[in-house]
Design a binder for this molecule. Sequence first.
Ligand SMILES: [Zn+2]
Length: 326
Amino acid sequence: MNNLSAAFTPRSKPVESLPAPMRQIRPKTAQAQHTLHHAISAVGIGLHTGRSINITIKPAPAGHGIVFQRTDLSGAAPLPARYDYVLETHLSTVLGDRAHPENRVATVEHLMAALNGCGIDNALILVDGPETPVFDGSATDFVFLLDCAGRMAQSLPRRVVRVVQPVRVEHKDAWVELLPHDGPTLHLSMSIDFSARAIGVQSYALDLTPTSFRNDLASNRTFAMRQEIEALHKAGLALGGSLDNAIVVDNDHVLNPTGLRCPDEFIRHKIMDAVGDLYLAGCVLQASFRGHRSGHTLNNQLLHALFAQTTAWQDMTNLQSTSAAA
Ligand SMILES: [Zn+2]
């Protein structure tokens, strides 16, 4: 391990450190961890600050995980992209240092979704401000950056956690749950029910694969109600928001002149958010995720509930053949 990787090693690794329960497992061939072939940089507007943000995504050693690092704060600790480093979930998923809450990075979910969808396990992400660039409000530009950087196999197997008992959290009529699933990856199904008639009731389901992420999820944009935006602006938030980086809905109208990218863009974006939020498990989840009217808060609470219930999951990492890990 070189100095760089030592400096950015996450301070705790709950997924690795907890023992696997004694259970009959059907061995499967392990997939190798992957990082980027080379570093890639971009600049874009932050949704909430309206500031120009520089982002650099760098390769990182096997076992490093996804880690964010603020470069504009001297001495800022690295922020592992894990559910237990989430400080806020109100408007976006915000990673931060509880002891130094000014050390935070907001709106990580679309980049995390792209990393999950593209199968990147290890990366160091440098940002010079308190949020990632929003780009067009989807994951398209992050996927483009990862494609430009290239993908490189590493010497360790991917960390895989399999859900073996149902885990559910709910708030009023919103809920999310993780269920055991026979497939090799994450299955997601969600529904939403908005009073705004331009959205209404929508549902969608898919198996997460690199192909399904690119074709069915990555290009779907975030969205907001026109009335909400006015309130956010009065509170000094969403200062970078515009029709260039979000769908804006006014009851039965979509205000963007070019309309929607697909009729169910709203639910597809919500599933893309969940793909990003669930990657804060710090590993690949083998599970079926279901959600209704849910968002970042319940997604984060679900991961806390899962890892608190040690009988609900198995760490498969060391139970799979490593013959393919190269
Ligand atoms: Zn989103």
